[in-house]
Write a protein that binds this ligand. Structure first.
Ligand code: GDP
Ligand code: GDP
Length: 434
C-alpha cells in the first residue's frame, strides 16, 4: 500500500512551505541547475522510520481565478479518493473563509483520516486564535508554524500512526513492473502490444480499496506482474485528465512496483515531470528502465541515439547507470527488449554478492585508491558486506567513517557498479565504525 499524505487548502495558507519542510529535499540545489523544482509538488518523506509521499495539491492548480475554486474542490475529492491521510491547512492569521468552509464540508463526508492544520501559529499568543477551527467539526486542530517548524513533529506523529510499522510481506514474489510516463507517450500501446490484445484493458473503477491493478504476464519465458497506472484507465469515468489525479495513480503504481519503466516520447525528450518521477523512483529504491518511444518518428543517423542518451543522462545525474531503450511500439521495435531489460534490472535489484567475492574485489581496489587522509589521520577500510534488504545496500567497516566524504563514496559506488552490474538499480553505501 502506498502511504500518501495530501496537503489541501486554499491558496496562501502555507501548503508549499510545509511541503518543503516535510520533504527537506535537495530542492534548492536542484532548482539552481535545472529549474525543475517548481514542478516538484510530490516528494518522498520519512518520519520515525516510516516512509511516505507528500503531495502539495496547490502545485496542481493552474488557470484563472474563476476556475480556481472549482479546481480546488476537485482536488479535495481526488485527495479523499486517493490519499491515505489528508492535511487540511488553514491560516490562523486570516481565520475561516468561505472556501475553507466549503472544503471542510467536503472533507466531513469522507472516511479518510483528516487533520486540521492551523498554520502560521508562529508564537504562543496565536494558540487561542486557532480554536475557531474546531467549528469545522473535523476534530482536533494541530497548531503549527511551517515557517519555523514548530508543531510539525506532533502532527507527523499523528499522521504516521496510520501507516504500518513494516511493509506487509507479499505472498506473491513475482517481479512487479509498472509502465509510467506522461499522457500519450505510448503506455497503453505498449501494454496492449505485450499482452497481445488490441483493445483497452477493462480495469475496475476508482474507489475500490485496491491501490492498483496487477496483470499477470506469463509469455515467452517471462513471468511478472504488470502494475496498472493511470494510462490504462482512460476508459473509466474518473477524471483522468486532471494532472493531480494521474500523478497520484503514478505514485501508487510506482510504490507498488519493483521496476519502473519510465516511458518518454522521443519528440519531447525528458521533461521536468519525467525527472520528478525518476527521482521518486530513485528515492524509493526502485529499479528503473528508461524507454524512449516513437523512435520511428525521429529523423536520425548513427549518432542520434547516443546524443539522446547523453542528454538524458545529464538530466538524471548522478544516478545515470540506467538502461535506455529506443522503441517504436507501433512498428513493434524492441518492445520485448523492454521486458527483458526490466527483468534484468529486477535481477540486479535482488542480487546478493557473496561476502568473500565482495571483499576480494573491493578491498583490492580500495587498497590501490584509499580514501584521502584527513587531519593527518589515515582511514583504513577493513571489511565489506552486503546488507539484507529489498534493494542493494553495502556496509564498509572502517576506523574513521566520519572522515569519508561524498566523492569517495561515489568512487566506491562506481566500482561496485563496474564489477557487479547493478544497472538500473539505486544502491546505498554505508561506512561504519569497526
Ligand atoms: P500555499 O499557496 O498554500 O502553498 O502557501 P505558501 O506556502 O506559498 O505560503 C504563502 C505565504 O505564507 C508565503 O509568503 C509564506 O512565506 C507564508 N507562510 C507560510 N507558512 C508560514 C508560517 O508558518 N508563518 C508565517 N508567518 N508565514 C508563513
Ligand atoms: P498513453 O497515453 O501513454 O497510454 O499513450 P497511447 O498508448 O494511448 O499512445 C498515444 C498515441 O501515440 C496513440 O495514437 C498511439 O498510436 C501513438 N503511439 C504509441 N506508440 C507509438 C510509436 O512508437 N510510434 C508512433 N509513431 N506512435 C505511437
Amino acid at each position: 500500500m502506498a502511504n500518501i499524505v495530501a496537503i489541501v487548502g486554499r491558496p496562501n495558507v502555507g501548503k508549499s512551505t510545509l511541503f518543503n519542510r516535510l520533504t527537506e529535499s535537495r530542492k534548492a540545489i536542484v532548482d539552481d541547475f535545472s529549474g525543475v523544482t517548481r514542478d516538484r509538488h510530490y516528494e518522498a518523506a520519512e518520519w520515525i522510520g516510516k516512509k511516505f509521499t507528500v503531495i502539495d495539491t496547490g502545485g496542481f492548480v493552474h488557470g484563472s481565478d474563476d476556475v480556481f475554486e472549482e479546481a480546488i474542490r476537485d482536488q479535495v475529492h481526488i485527495a479523499i479518493e486517493e490519499a491515505s491521510v489528508i492535511l487540511f491547512m488553514v491560516d490562523v492569521t486570516t481565520g475561516i473563509t468561505d472556501l475553507d468552509d466549503e472544503i471542510a464540508d467536503i472533507l466531513r463526508r469522507s472516511s479518510k483520516p483528516v487533520y486540521v492544520v492551523a498554520n502560521k501559529v508562529d508564537h504562543a499568543k496565536l494558540h487561542h486564535d486557532s480554536a475557531e477551527f474546531y467549528a469545522f467539526g473535523l476534530g482536533e486542530v494541530y497548531n503549527i508554524s511551517s515557517a519555523t517548524g514548530s508543531g510539525t513533529g506532533e502532527l507527523l506523529d499523528a499522521v504516521v500512526s496510520h501507516f504500518p510499522d513494516q511493509e506487509e510481506e507479499e505472498e506473491n514474489t513475482l517481479p512487479k513492473i509498472t509502465i509510467v510516463g506522461r499522457p500519450n507517450v505510448g503506455k497503453s500501446s505498449l501494454t496492449n502490444a505485450l499482452l497481445g490484445i488490441n483493445r483497452n484493458i477493462v480495469t475496475d473503477i476508482a474507489g475500490t480499496t485496491r491501490d492498483s491493478i496487477r496483470i499477470h504476464y506469463n509469455q515467452f519465458g517471462y513471468e511478472f506482474l504488470l502494475v496498472d497506472t493511470a494510462g490504462l484507465r482512460r476508459k473509466s469515468k474518473v477524471n483522468e485528465d486532471i494532472e493531480f489525479y494521474s500523478v497520484m495513480r503514478t505514485i501508487k503504481a510506482l510504490e507498488d512496483s519493483d521496476v519502473v519503466v519510465l516511458m518518454l516520447d522521443a519528440n519531447d525528450g525528458i521533461e521536468a515531470q519525467d525527472i520528478n518521477i525518476f527521482h521518486l523512483a530513485e528515492k524509493n529504491k526502485k529499479g528503473v528502465v528508461l524507454v524512449v518511444n516513437k523512435w520511428d518518428t525521429v529523423e536520425k543517423d548513427h549518432k542520434t541515439a547516443k546524443e539522446f542518451e547523453t542528454r538524458i543522462k545529464e538530466k538524471i545525474a548522478p544516478f545515470t547507470d540506467v538502461p535506455i531503450i529506443f522503441t517504436s511500439v507501433t512498428e513493434k521495435q524492441r518492445i520485448f527488449k523492454v521486458v527483458e531489460t526490466a527483468m534484468e534490472v529486477y535481477q540486479n535489484k535482488i542480487k546478493k554478492v557473496p561476502t568473500s567475492k565482495l571483499n576480494d574485489v573491493m578491498l583490492e581496489i580500495i587498497e590501490n585508491y584509499p580514501p584521502p587522509s584527513t587531519k593527518g589521520k589515515y582511514i583504513k577500510i577493513k571489511y565489506a558486506t552486503q546488507l539484507a534488504g529489498r534493494s542493494p545496500m553495502f556496509a564498509f567497516f572502517c576506523n574513521l567513517p566520519q572522515y569519508i566524504k561524498d566523492p569517495y563514496k561515489r568512487f566506491v559506488e562506481n566500482k561496485l557498479r563496474e564489477n557487479f552490474d547493478f544497472k538500473g538499480v539505486p544502491i546505498q553505501i554505508f561506512f561504519r565504525q569497526k
